[in-house]
Structures are given as structure tokens and as C-alpha cells.
Design a binder for this molecule. Structure first.
Ligand code: NAP
Length: 515
């Protein structure tokens, strides 16, 4: 069913009013904007704090930054890109792809750059979200779509003396390209998915590199074949070839859900592969021992790289496993009292998911903020709606992540759900929708049961996926197709609709824009 083209409500009493406000212009926010545009909806605004689109692919531009999910799958299904240069696209290409989609689908005029949403409050009386932007201007919208994702706010390590260090100190997600690394002593804190890309990219350039490893990652071998001119021409000329490749990649990635969330015993097979990779790459048994994880593969995000271990084995690279006790003006001091001089420090220490998802201060029906609601536990209904926060849709919300699948696939499943839900609202002549608390609780109780058996909870590690209490508000415990199927149908009995005071308008002609 197609959407009716909404009439822009324009400005009322000096306050601009839209049918839909979208926060963020990464894959989530842009995906929503494109979906609306393709359905003929024009009355929406995208609020973007930065001065360009791209979200995480704009902010993360550290050396070596690339996607670890193959590019033909890490893109919108409706906008294949025949020009990927290789299997795993670098951040520049992904960012350029998102810029291209912004123009190709005509959503750029809807984006307000340099002005993010600071606060959004649900106004019961007007049945609208009231937003205060960074520049203190306000706007209202019937629907609010939060597309800020879980990985937008960097998390710095909680180490004494962080502010005492006198050289440049930067986070992987806020790389300062003006900082000279050539010939410098550099320290990288962390060995997660970001660090394993940074370390090989800078190891040759620096005079010395200390990698501070608290927990070693499992690193799988990886090939990154290039798409040469012939392959690219074939993708362009016969789109079915690229679709077939996408399908094949999807199948391989999807099969990883079995060891991760259904039958963790199977992670042994991945472990054998990872151990072989380690043995082949690191001849020194002592170093190999220090790089060998003591938890199940997949418990933390599985990483893959051909160049990480060779970089760790270089003469100018030291793996420091002694805990950091403090930072000094000139470097690090470790728990054994040793001083490690550094000219530059890189914190590849991950993200604050609470701050990221609740980037704007969202206040629902009873004035409670989402941050407060989530202080004990991050949860939502089907990853997309939150009881008490009517007409709010969250993309890449709680329990929509996977350790194996393209997040874009999950976002598209959510977009389809939102589309169907908006269609249901029109059919019912409803202006407000909220999820019943008991439906949200039942959904999460079922999720908890399934999560209990996954490698993330049973694999013997701590990760950003888990809270201190051992709960994950991040991951989806199953196949991505299951997630998509579960969002296919709008279960009206689980939702609460508020009818419009006005009679229903006659159905309008369908309209589709974009390609
Ligand atoms: P991360 O996986 O959370 O890793 C953070 C690293 O910092 C861990 O090794 C952690 O050690 C370490 N650390 C944190 N505080 C520390 C401290 N005080 N002292 C020493 N070490 C400390 O963060 P990330 O690498 O940025 O990756 C986050 C997520 O971003 C990934 O899981 C993935 O979803 C996404 N990502 C994706 C790609 C891609 O290719 N698509 C690339 C990069 C990132 P512990 O392990 O001991 O906690």
C-alpha cells in the first residue's frame, strides 16, 4: 500500500510544523528519508548536526577505516552500486555512496545541516513532538524518527590523568588528520574492530607503536578481492549479476547466525580457523600466546584482517598487556610501574551506546526521558517503538544489531514496518500510535529467553554488547530474515491507536518518486 502525499502544514504561530522529523542522516536517517520520498511523502525534515550526510561513515575516517561486511550487501537493496572498488569498501566509498543516494533520491532539500535536535518532547495536547534544535529554534512534528544509531558517541577510557597528557590524544571516531604520525611514537588503546584496522594502517609510518591490549580479539583470515573494470562493467550491464552476488554474500553472512545465536558449540569451527590464522601469522610462541583469546569466538564482535597479525609482529610494534595505571604528560604508566613514552595517543575504545541512541533528549508521555527509562535496561518493542513514547520510531534501535549481518538489511526491515504501520494508521484514521506496555514486556521476555543461549552471553567475555548485569540491549538473537519476518506484520492488538478528531480523508492516488 502506498502513502498519501502529506500536505505540508508549514508555519503556525512562528513554529515550523512537519508531518515527520528525522534525526540523523546516516544509513538510518537517509533510509527513512528516501523511503518517504519514494512513497511521495514530502512533508518531512531531516535534522543533521554536522554539515554533511553519512553518520558513522562521515565521523569514522581513521587510517584503514573500512566496512567489515562486504559492500554489495552493505548498501541499500533498492540502490545497488556497481562501482565498489573492492569487496570491503573503505569509508570514503561508503560516504560517497551515501552522498550519491542523497541526491539520487532527492532528499537533500529536506536536510537541515548544522542543526541537530537537542530536546524532543511529546505534547499530549497537540499530539505532536516539540523539538528544540541546537540553535534554540523549535519545530513540531507528528512523527519523530530517531536515526542516531548505537555507535555515534565515542567512549573514552576511564583512566587517571587523561587530561594530563600534553601531546595529541584522539578517539578513533574523531580522527584528527592534522596530527602528524610519521616518525612518531604512537600508543593505541584498545584492540577491537576499529583498532585492528588502525594498527596495520599506521604501523609502517610511525617510529614506534605500543598497542595496549586488555583483551585480545579473535581475528579471522580475510581476502579482499578487487572489483576490476570488467567486474564493474558486468555489474552495470547485468544488474542481476550483482544481485546474485549480494544474495550469495547474504547467505554466507546469515549462516553465521547459527554459531552465534543458535548453536554456540559450532563456534569451535570458527576457532580452529582463527587459531590457524594466528599460528601462520605469528611465529613467536610467546607473542602468539598473548594474542590468543580465552573466550569463545563471536562473544565479542568477530573481526577479520589479513594484515593485523603481521603488523603486531613488526619490530617497531609492542603489544602491552600490562594494565594502564595512568597517563602522564609524556605517555603511559602501566601497573608494573613502567613508563611508556608516547607522542600521540589514539583511543580506539569504542562507543557509548546509551548516549548514542539517546543523543537527543527524548521525553515521552509522562515527561520521563528515554535516558532515565533506559537507566536500568535498554529495550524497545521490535527494536523500533518504545512504550510511552508515541509516534516515535527508532532505527537501529535496541536488539536490532547482529554480529554477522549488514545493518542496512536490518534498517530496511524497520523501514518497511514503519511504512506498513503508517498505512494502518491511515486506514484506521488514527493520528497517534503507541505500543502497549505489556506487549513490549512480552516481546522482551521472549528476546531474553533466546538471548540466554547465545554466544554473547555464554561465551565467557565482557563486551560493549553487554551491561554490567549481563543483559544485551544491542543484539538480535537469530537470523536476520526472522527479524524481517517479525516486522512484516503490524500486530494491531499490541498497539494503541488514538483516532483522529477529523473524519478520514478519501484515499489518494499512489505516488512514487526516486528510482
Ligand atoms: P570496541 O569493540 O568496543 O573495542 C574497544 C576496545 O578498547 C576493546 O579492545 C577494549 O578492551 C578497549 N578498551 C576500552 N577501555 C579500555 C581501557 N581503559 N584500557 C584498555 N583497553 C580499553 O570498539 P570499536 O573497536 O570501536 O568497535 C565498536 C563497534 O563498532 C564494533 O563492534 C562494530 O560493531 C563497529 N565497527 C565496525 C567496523 C566495520 O568494519 N564495519 C569497524 C570498526 C567498528 P576490552 O575488550 O577488554 O573491553
Amino acid at each position: 500500500m502506498r502513502a498519501r502525499k502529506a500536505e505540508p502544514r508549514g508555519e503556525q504561530d512562528g513554529v515550523v510544523d512537519h508531518e515527520i522529523a528525522v534525526i540523523g542522516s546516516g544509513f538510518s536517517g537517509l533510509g527513512m528519508a528516501i523511503e518517504l520520498k519514494r512513497r511521495g511523502q514530502d512533508d518531512f525534515v531531516v535534522l543533521e548536526r554536522a554539515d554533511s550526510v553519512g553518520g558513522t561513515w562521515r565521523d569514522n575516517h581513521y587510517p584503514g577505516c573500512a566496512c567489515d561486511i562486504p559492500a554489495p550487501l552493505y548498501s541499500f537493496s533498492f540502490a545497488p552500486n556497481p562501482d565498489w572498488s573492492s569487496f570491503y569498501a573503505g569509508w570514503e566509498e561508503i560516504r560517497a555512496y551515501l552522498e550519491d543516494c542523497t541526491d539520487r533520491f532527492g532528499v537533500r532539500p529536506h536536510i537541515r545541516f548544522g542543526n541537530g535536535a537537542r530536546v524532543a518532547r511529546w505534547e499530549e495536547q497537540g499530539q505532536r513532538w516539540q523539538l528544540t534544535l541546537d540553535d534554540d529554534s523549535t519545530l513540531t512534528a507528528r512523527f519523530l524518527v530517531a536515526g542516531t544509531g548505537p555507535l555515534s558517541q565515542p567512549s573514552f577510557p576511564d583512566i587517571d590523568g587523561l587530561e594530563d597528557f600534553e601531546g595529541p590524544l584522539m578517539h578513533s571516531a574523531a580522527w584528527d588528520r592534522d596530527v602528524e604520525l610519521e616518525g612518531k611514537r604512537v600508543a593505541v588503546i584498545g584492540t577491537g574492530a576499529s583498532a585492528i584496522q588502525i594498527v596495520p594502517a599506521i604501523a609502517e609510518r610511525v617510529s614506534h607503536l605500543d598497542v595496549y591490549q586488555r583483551t585480545p580479539p579473535w581475528v579471522m583470515p580475510r581476502l579482499d578481492p578487487e572489483f576490476g573494470p570488467r567486474a564493474r562493467a558486468a555489474f552495470r550491464r547485468f544488474p542481476i549479476v550483482q544481485r546474485a552476488l549480494r544474495g550469495l554474500i547474504w547467505l554466507i553472512q546469515e549462516s553465521l547466525a547459527i554459531p552465534l545465536s543458535i548453536w554456540p558449540g559450532l563456534t569451535r569451527l570458527l576457532e580452529v580457523q582463527a587459531r590457524l590464522h594466528l599460528r601462520r601469522s605469528i611465529p613467536d610462541p610467546e607473542l602468539r600466546e598473548r594474542l590468543t583469546p580465552q573466550y569463545k569466538v563471536g562473544c565479542k564482535r568477530i573481526t577479520a584482517a589479513a594484515d593485523y597479525y603481521p603488523a603486531m609482529a613488526r619490530d617497531n610494534v609492542d603489544v602491552v598487556t600490562e594494565p594502564i595505571s595512568r597517563l602522564t604528560a609524556t605517555g603511559m604508566e602501566t601497573a608494573d610501574g613502567k613508563l611508556h613514552p608516547a607522542d600521540v595517543i589514539v583511543c580506539a575504545t569504542g562507543f557509548d551506546i546509551r548516549k548514542s541512541m539517546g543523543q537527543a533528549e527524548l521525553r515521552g508521555r509522562d515527561g520521563t526521558s528515554l535516558q532515565a527509562r533506559w537507566s536500568e535496561r535498554i529495550e524497545a518493542y521490535r527494536g523500533t517503538m518504545i512504550s510511552g513514547f508515541p509516534n516515535l520510531f527508532m532505527l537501529s534501535g535496541p536488539n536490532t544489531g547482529t554480529g554477522n549481518m549488514s545493518q542496512v538489511f536490518m534498517i530496511e526491515a524497520q523501514l518497511r514496518f514503519i511504512r506498513e504501520l503508517l498505512a494502518t494508521m491511515r486506514r484506521r484514521n488514527a493520528t497517534v500510535v503507541d505500543v502497549r506496555r505489556e506487549a513490549q514486556e512480552a516481546y522482551n521476555a521472549e528476546l531474553d529467553q533466546r538471548l540466554d543461549g547465545t554466544v554473547w552471553l555464554t561465551g565467557g567475555c565482557k563486551s560493549w554488547y553487554l551491561t554490567e548485569e549481563g543483559h544485551t540491549g544491542v543484539l538480535w538473537p537469530g537470523f536476520s530474515t526472522e527479524f524481517r519476518r517479525s516486522l512484516r506484520e503490524v500486530r494491531e492488538e499490541e498497539l494503541e491507536f488514538t483516532p483522529s478528531p477529523r473524519p478520514a480523508a478519501p484515499p489518494a492516488e499512489p505516488a512514487v518518486a526516486g528510482s
